[in-house]
Design a protein around this ligand. Sequence first.
Ligand code: FES
Ligand code: FES
Length: 529
Amino acid sequence: MDSDRSPVSLRVNGHTVEVPADGRSLLDVLREDLGLTGAKDGCSPQGQCGCCTVLVDGAPRVACVTPVRRVQGREITTVEGLDADVAADWAQAFCAVGASQCGFCTPGIVMRLEGQHPTECAPALLGHLCRCTGWQTIGEAWELRSAAQTASKAGRDLAKASARATIEGGVGQMIDPSIVLGGGGGFAADTAPAGALRAVSDGAGNWVVATTLAEARRVAAKTQGRRTTLPPGWPLEIPEGDWLVRLQTTWVEPAYLETDASWCLPGGEPSSPVGNGGAFGAKALSGPTRSPVMEAARHLADLHGVPVLASLSREDSVRLGPKRPPVAAGVDANGNGLFRVVATPGIVAAIASVAPGLTIEQVVVPGPPTSAAIRGAGWVEAAVLMAAATALRRSHVRGDSVTVRAPNGAEASAVFDQTAGSIVVEVSCGDPLDIVMLRSYCIGAAHMAYSWVTSESLAVDPAGQPNDLTIRSFGIVRAIDMPNVEVSVRNDTTTPINGSDAVFAAVAAAVWLEAGLVPRWPTSDKISS
Ligand code: FES
Ligand code: FES
């Protein structure tokens, strides 16, 4: 706590403001006191996701680890304070190439690129995370903007782009320039009524309420999460057998950027924590893995008789949120095999939908909650295993593509050429509706698959508690380490269906083949910060 309690004076978007010297971060002050919600909170106070990036005297800085007293007298520019033409150019550039999906990470990235004027985009993104786009289209938006090209909207219907995004993301999702600039995404933490009380989990099943987020965290005695020294573990084993191919996966963190938040008026219904997609099935609105923030917001608003915004810290979202169930599986030369999976409602049907010949065993292990709703859970692992076995039986050689047919009928083929640093993808998923957005989702799926197979893990201790609690702990592949992804879409006029999940599976299989079918994922050391 500051010893000098005189107010802090700073310039924000051209206006002088005075705020209390109460030890809060610049991010908290911008969002809570000034109502500037363009800078997002994806991991505060970890300072690792970049979502809260603003300009301080013109230079990009993460606001969540910047105490407001440190910027006394400085000039702060948030995404809302960008020159209108500059902002419009960025928004058009991002929309033109599909560089923003859920949009939660996007305003921070715009501020980084605008403030840093990099000569290369990927290195400039080292301080940022995007879980949706797979980075490549962000580089394309930067190139478009750097070349001062006018982002053409000709022939583009953003309603169709939003429809394609909704199919791919599995929840209502809007594609719009306003989301690039930090508004319109419907994120609960942005739309809560001014002055709503803040509620945070104390990690022991209780909620603490205060007038500011910082105060609630202080009372809840929240300490910042750490990256563990615990190595990843593989909770399931496959017995010895005449296996042609074996696969063991570990725990992985969905790591959606918008942590769970919900607000509620007294006597009202809580808002959804799924703002504009981006969680790929990992944020549950109902069922056993339902996000706890909705019930907390409702209960606390009724209890206190005022609006309450309940939110999870990054650490709590890792501790409490559902994970993809780990598997251990083997398939023999005849295509028969055994598939063990961490017990999860609905997972057996998902696996059987693509591999009816496998014997499926559910196993109860200590660990975080699991969900079959997470992107392709179960069926993707089974499809990858079967595709690998088929490839081996056909004497697959480098450069051959691997094809996966998803349970919904979508089909995708992929080739990964490690030497060339390229992933080539072809997808068939009905009427594309909007090629730009479909391509963006396919690139994002390719990144998620590549990252999962080669790099990602979440350390879980013997008692079943996740130990990696920072967003940089999970090994998400960075922009500078991501192969180039080339996407082609097969001509199709049938009903549009999700295609990126098939791409996710096909790329996972192609990357695994290129990695020599090493039985344990991740196949190499984590690539993270
Ligand atoms: S919220 Fe500041 S870096 Fe993540
Ligand atoms: S668009 Fe980047 S996290 Fe969703």
